[in-house]
Design a protein around this ligand. Structure first.
Ligand code: GLV
Ligand code: MN
Ligand code: MN
Length: 412
């Protein structure tokens, strides 16, 4: 490929910082929950920039956006790259949006150099990757990949009962295009690592080999509300005490399955949440992850047993539901090789790495050859307002993306 092609790291950084103003938080992060007005604002800005770069925009029924730069032969399937605009409630300036801005920067660079690829190049924006406002995560790329039916995706509801379908309509991103079936020759996602490995190993590029598996559970424990004063300890049915035992058990399951296992209770709602009423009902979530499916299954069985034991010991009713299972993923050999070659060509130190987080690339790997590029983030911190990455590393990841995209976009 033409090795003189280089992205513009300052332009990429400026675009990232402009996007970071949409939903900016006081501590320097971003709160841009899926399908809120802020999500719409960022989508509008992306579409405007993509059109200014000469792309045509297509939006599907899940609100996924595809910005297409034509190739020499537009009958060929495109090379696609992208990520997500939505963030965690206390999210950072890079998770997701970096992968989209990197894709846009690739398009802008190809324009600068008047470089025509054989295949079209598309930048994708996937709806609700985070799974924070609407569970599960990666739901719209999941519908695209045929993992979930469209009706399932559109009916996901937030804690107020608002559905993705209704919210897509409200913000005007309920597009006309059918979801999925769009041919994709190769898919790449560029992302911050969200962990500490690249920084510790002093490597600029993570050549992502695949991603660990995830299982998500929703648990409700029901006891009995009663007065915090007159009710003796021995007769209580305290749902929060049951949940507390599970929280520590889940943490223990994570520790017991090292190396690699992760186990988290991230959301808990106690009812009625009044300081002088014994909690009668508690809802909480469990997130289990491991790169090996067999270990992940054992962790899931242990989590269920811990819930049953805590419920029995505290005389609680238990509702234990698995709501999501995303198996471990192995990325495509050609795409992984294209990422590695891109880093080598640029003389950047790289490392093979497994993703600890879920990404839209995981579902895309079911319908297209897929690869991912990681760059370091400061202290490995992500899903936090202080999440940070350098201008140089953002540029480096984007230069590798450019090479991988061009290599695949000229391949047959
Ligand atoms: C997505 O951010 C995940 O939970 O891995
Ligand atoms: Mn992400
Ligand atoms: Mn995330």
């Amino acid at each position: 490929m033409a090795t003189n092609l280089r992205i513009n790291a300052d332009r990429l950084w400026d675009s990232l910082m402009e996007m970071a103003k949409i939903g900016a938080t006081e501590k320097g992060g971003v709160c841009r929950l899926a399908l809120t007005d802020l999500d719409k604002q960022a989508r509008d800005l992306f579409c405007q920039w993509a059109k200014e770069a000469g792309c045509t925009i297509t939006i599907d029924k899940m609100g996924n956006i595809f910005a297409r730069r034509p190739g020499k032969d537009n009958s060929l399937a495109p090379v696609m790259t992208g990520s997500h605009i939505d963030s965690q409630p206390t999210g950072g300036k890079f998770d997701g949006i970096y992968g989209i801005m990197a894709g846009l920067e690739v398009v802008r660079t190809l324009n600068d150099f008047n470089y025509e690829t054989q295949r079209p190049v598309e930048v994708a924006v996937w709806t609700n990757e985070e799974g924070s406002r609407f569970a599960p995560a990666m739901v719209a790329s999941g519908v695209f990949a045929g993992v979930f039916p469209l009706e399932y995706g559109l009916s996901r509801a937030d804690l107020d009962g608002k559905t993705m379908g209704a919210e897509l309509q409200r913000i005007g991103y309920d597009g006309p295009e059918e979801v999925g079936g769009r041919p994709v020759f190769a898919f790449f996602e560029t992302h911050i690592e969200q962990g500490p490995i690249l920084e510790a190993e002093k490597k600029t590029i993570g050549v992502v080999q695949g991603a660990q598996g995830q299982r998500w559970f929703e648990v409700t424990m029901v006891g009995q509300e009663a007065h915090a004063g007159p009710t003796p300890m021995k007769v209580r049915k305290d749902a929060l005490v049951g949940a507390a035992h599970v929280v520590t058990a889940i943490n223990r399951i994570g520790h017991e399955n090292q190396p690699f296992a992760c186990a988290t209770v991230g959301m808990i709602q106690s009812s009625p949440n009044s300081r002088n009423t014994i909690p009668g009902k508690v809802f909480f979530t469990i997130d289990l992850r491991h790169p090996e499916d067999a270990v992940l299954s054992r962790m899931a069985a242990a989590a269920k047993a811990a819930c049953e034991e805590a419920a029995a010991n505290n005389r609680l009713e238990l509702d234990f539901k698995e709501i999501w299972y995303s198996p471990p993923v192995k990325f495509d050999a050609d795409c992984v090789a294209a990422v590695k070659a891109g880093a080598e060509e640029l003389g950047m130190p790289s490392l093979p790495i497994i993703s600890g987080a879920g990404h839209d690339a995981c579902y895309m790997s079911r319908v297209a050859p897929t690869g991912m590029i990681f760059i370091p983030c400061e202290d490995g911190i992500s899903h936090n307002e202080i999440e940070n990455a350098t201008r140089g590393d953002c540029g480096a990841g984007c230069d590798v993306l450019l090479r991988a995209v061009v290599e695949r976009a000229n391949a047959f």
